[in-house]
Design a protein around this ligand. Structure first.
Ligand code: GDP
Ligand code: ADP
Length: 353
């Protein structure tokens, strides 16, 4: 019996999984805590925005990727204190006015919204700037990056490749802004089934004739491209209206009226505070010398040589009960609290954020 066990042990093979996500840079040391489907890594002596990481081993994203690639997969995700507001996905046929509505929103609320800059293989239009309207890229480069797991979603639209990189969405949330994605219906469907929780809006034209007029008047496409966009529009409208991807359908007939409706459903109807809700809350540097234990969803960090102002506050509680997002993007929803010291008898709780 013992021999059989030993033989079994000897047969265990090391597996080298495919690693997705951006790996943390090495540090002077780290603590690791096993949660149900991922490993929490606390980097010692790292800066406050680089100290919490997760290595996902059995999350929904990892399982999806394993199925797709047919290999073992693990994925890195950086941990962030606090939550970001739900991103807004806006879809609709070419020429319906998505870009116009988004520009109006960004102009009126510059500190509240940020645009997810997509990658595309199509050529830039006259006024379009690389890195602002799109990241204009080569097909082979984009395909390689898609393979490396750098994209949240991608699709072939009107004969070109378009995609939202994980970074495009996360940098907006990192800046404490609400992210707006202008993507097609296929992309919206992919985001719907991803770990990113979003609000989905589909913009419809008042008629096909008006759509054609807007596309022609915009004057940015060749006749062939206009015809291709119009051919695709009917199917897109059909999918947008009938699929259960979208939470709201907006008719863009009168522009001002449509914009008012858009603001209303984003909760911007009345008097709005223009200050963004910052995602980066509080500053706390994990000292080199600490020990870590886990009680249910709470990670207790005992800072032995406390880097905190008050020596007595050397116990920190990291709450991982409400994690949001995760690989291939950031893991949000973490909460830090100073909970005193053993000598205090755990008196008082003070949120560090
Ligand atoms: N899936 C996906 N679609 C995108 C992305 N970026 C843009 N699109 C969509 O691609 C389509 C064509 O966009 P564009 O070339 O800018 O032309 P326009 O819609 O006529 O202004 C539109 O439906 C966009 O919503 C992206 O990152 N992913
Ligand atoms: N409600 C509207 N009424 C008339 N023209 C509009 C309206 N909304 C947008 N447009 C115009 O239609 C054209 C296409 O709009 P655009 O925002 O570029 O569409 P999309 O981003 O959906 O392709 C632009 O020239 C824009 O000025």
């Amino acid at each position: 019996m013992e021999l059989a066990k030993l033989q079994l042990q000897l047969e265990i093979k090391w597996i080298h999984p495919t690693v997705h996500g951006t790996k943390p840079l090495s540090s002077k040391g780290h603590s690791a805590v096993f949660l149900n489907d991922r490993i929490l890594i606390l980097k010692k002596g790292a800066k406050s925005d680089d100290q919490i990481w997760f290595l996902e081993v059995d999350t929904q994203y990892v399982r999806q990727q394993q199925k797709q690639l047919g290999t073992e997969v693990v994925a890195w995700s950086k941990g962030v204190i606090g939550n970001a507001e739900k991103p807004v996905v806006i879809s609709g046929p070419s020429g319906v006015g998505k870009g116009t509505l988004i520009s109006m929103l960004m102009k009126e609320f510059p500190s509240m919204f940020g645009f997810s800059v997509s990658h595309t293989t199509r050529a830039p239009r006259g006024m379009e700037k690389d890195g602002v309207h799109y990241h204009f890229t080569e097909k082979s480069v984009m395909e390689k990056e898609i393979k490396d797991g750098k994209f949240l979603e991608f699709a072939s639209v009107h004969g070109n490749l378009y995609g939202t990189s994980v970074e495009a969405v996360e940098v907006v949330a990192d800046a404490g802004k609400r992210c707006i994605l202008d993507i097609d219906v296929q992309g919206a469907r992919s985001v719907r089934s991803s770990s990113l929780e979003a609000v989905f809006i589909f913009v419809c034209p008042p008629s096909m004739e008006e759509l054609e007029k807007r596309l022609r008047d915009r004057g940015t496409e060749t006749e062939e491209q206009i015809l291709k966009r119009l051919r695709n529009a009917a199917a897109e409208i059909e999918q947008g209206k009938s699929s259960n991807i979208f939470d709201f359908i907006l008719y863009n007939d009168n522009l001002e009226e449509c914009y008012e409706k858009l603001k209303k459903l984003l909760g911007l109807g009345g008097c709005v505070a223009a200050t963004p809700k910052s995602a980066a809350l509080g500053e706390f540097n994990l000292p080199l010398d600490h020990s870590v234990s886990k009680i249910d969803d709470k990670i207790i960090i005992n800072c032995i040589s406390s880097g905190l102002e008050k020596e007595s506050k050397n116990l920190i509680m990291l709450d991982v009960s409400a994690l949001k997002g995760g690989a291939p993007g950031r893991t949000r929803g973490l909460d830090f609290q100073a909970i005193g010291s053993f000598s205090d008898g755990l008196i008082g709780m003070e949120r560090l954020s």
